[in-house]
Design a protein around this ligand. Structure first.
Ligand code: AMP
Ligand code: GLY
Length: 422
């Protein structure tokens, strides 16, 4: 079968890598891809959100299954367009992807489904903002639409809340994302990412993972797309079934009831405090970097799972996971998450890959004059598996230490807070 993977990050490299192990996948295409996907797939120069261009390509090439990595094409209706043309695609419709693309919608669905989440208010006017600021005192202030992970401001006083609302209202910062603002109660605890494969009715949860969103060690500095992740995380140990029953099952039921069944990967970002958990956000896709450790541990063929989701028979599939753990450490460019440098020559990828159990997933790279050069803020995700989380972390760091590029930066404490404690 011919598979097309849409996207160009570490998540998409990991998806291509997993498909490359499928006994039924003959050829993989990646649009637009990066230097890493180019080693196992044919990179196609079509932008990830060029829905018409991708559909045309899939028709011309006779693609059997398209797998969508990022949210932007989902918001643009890639699944709807492919379905209209009779093309097979894995990923939610634009209406279902609103669980990610509109925070207000996600809150409405959670309220309808009885899913535990932070209390919130939608702010339209300056008066609303004042009322919410006084009511909450401490809050997470969020732009309603997609803002590439940078649309959330954590506030610990009423005046900070008012400032944050003003900042997000500034259209130039987030385009339309700042039109509507959600102010919600500030939650405390440990974060975990639980992802599930969904076929509209059934959700099968994956091995739980934990991302590290801040740029520096000790969770200091600015929020990023994610500087590293590991799985399984002990944060939700023993809570998986309850999370399945109280989050995924009711959300799928509510989405079906609304006439927009959810098919694809659904990602719940949770705040966990002891045995209590609440949903911070939904994403309509694999997380990046969570996909790298999670897919490293997936035993079952991703093609079989994708097809079962599309056909509505996920319940018939027994999804298996490898024993042990996996850890991904991101190497970032100097300046990230703000303006960063590009075009720096990367060395040592092959040396790192020679280590047992290490796979280097590319995030922002391209080939130039025979070299692999940096081409994004997040550049590589050095990923390793091991018998325990500690072992996986140690191997990932052994790998990243062999890699060099000008201005390279990485966190040295991925997984440490949790493994240090347990
Ligand atoms: P979101 O895009 O909604 O996941 O928010 C991004 C990050 O902001 C989360 O990963 C949390 O670290 C933080 N955050 C969001 N909402 C809250 C909340 N209600 N309480 C505490 N932290 C939050
Ligand atoms: N790692 C968080 C995300 O993919 O949104």
């Amino acid at each position: 079968m011919k598979v097309l993977v849409v996207g160009s990050g570490g998540r998409e490299h990991a998806i291509c890598w997993k498909f490359s192990q499928s006994r039924n996948v003959e050829r993989i295409f990646c649009a637009p891809g990066n230097a890493g996907t180019g080693t196992i797939a044919r990179n196609i120069q079509i932008a990830a959100d060029d829905v018409a261009g991708l559909a045309q390509f899939a028709e011309n090439e006779g693609i059997d299954l398209t797998f969508v990595g990022p949210e932007a094409p989902m918001e643009k209706g890639i699944t709807d367009e492919f379905n209209r043309r009779g093309l097979v695609i894995f990923g939610p419709s634009a209406a279902a992807a609103r669980l990610e693309t509109s925070k207000e919608f996600a809150k409405e669905v959670m309220a309808g489904a009885g899913v535990p989440t932070a209390r919130y208010e939608i702010v339209h006017t300056a008066d609303d903002a004042k009322r919410a600021a006084e009511h909450f005192g401490r809050a997470a202030v969020k732009a309603d639409g997609l803002a590439a992970g940078k649309g959330v401001i954590i506030c610990t006083s009423s005046s900070e809340i008012l400032d944050a609302v003003r900042t997000l209202k500034d259209q130039s910062l987030f385009g339309n994302a700042g039109d509507r603002i959600v102010v919600e109660e500030l939650l405390e605890g440990d974060e975990a990412s639980i992802l599930a494969f969904c076929d509209g009715k059934t959700a099968t949860i994956m091995v739980p993972s934990q991302d590290h969103k801040r740029i520096y060690d000790g969770d200091a500095g600015k929020n990023t797309g994610g500087m590293g992740a590991y799985a399984p995380t002990p944060v939700v140990q023993g809570l998986e079934k309850e999370i399945h029953d109280k989050v995924f099952v009711p959300v799928l039921r509510e989405m079906s009831r609304r006439g927009t069944p959810y098919v694809g990967v659904l990602y719940a970002g949770l705040m966990v405090n002891g045995s209590e958990f609440r949903v911070l956000e939904f994403n309509a896709r694999f997380g990046d970097p969570e996909a790298q450790p999670v897919l490293s541990l997936l035993e079952t063929d991703l093609l079989d799972i994708s097809q079962a989701c599309i056909d509505g028979r996920l319940g018939d599939i027994d999804i298996k996971w490898k024993a042990g753990a996996s850890c991904c450490v991101i190497a970032a460019s100097k300046g990230y998450p703000d303006r960063y440098e590009k075009g720096k020559i990367i060395e040592g990828i092959e040396d790192a890959q020679k280590l047992d159990s290490v796979v280097v997933f590319h995030s922002g790279t391209k080939t130039e004059g025979g070299n692999i050069v940096t081409d994004g803020g997040r550049v590589l995700g050095v990923t390793a598996t091991g018998a325990s989380i500690k072992e996986a972390i140690a191997s990932a760091y052994d790998g990243i230490k062999l890699i060099r590029f000008d201005g390279m930066h990485y966190r040295t404490d991925i997984g440490k807070a949790v493994t240090g404690r347990s």
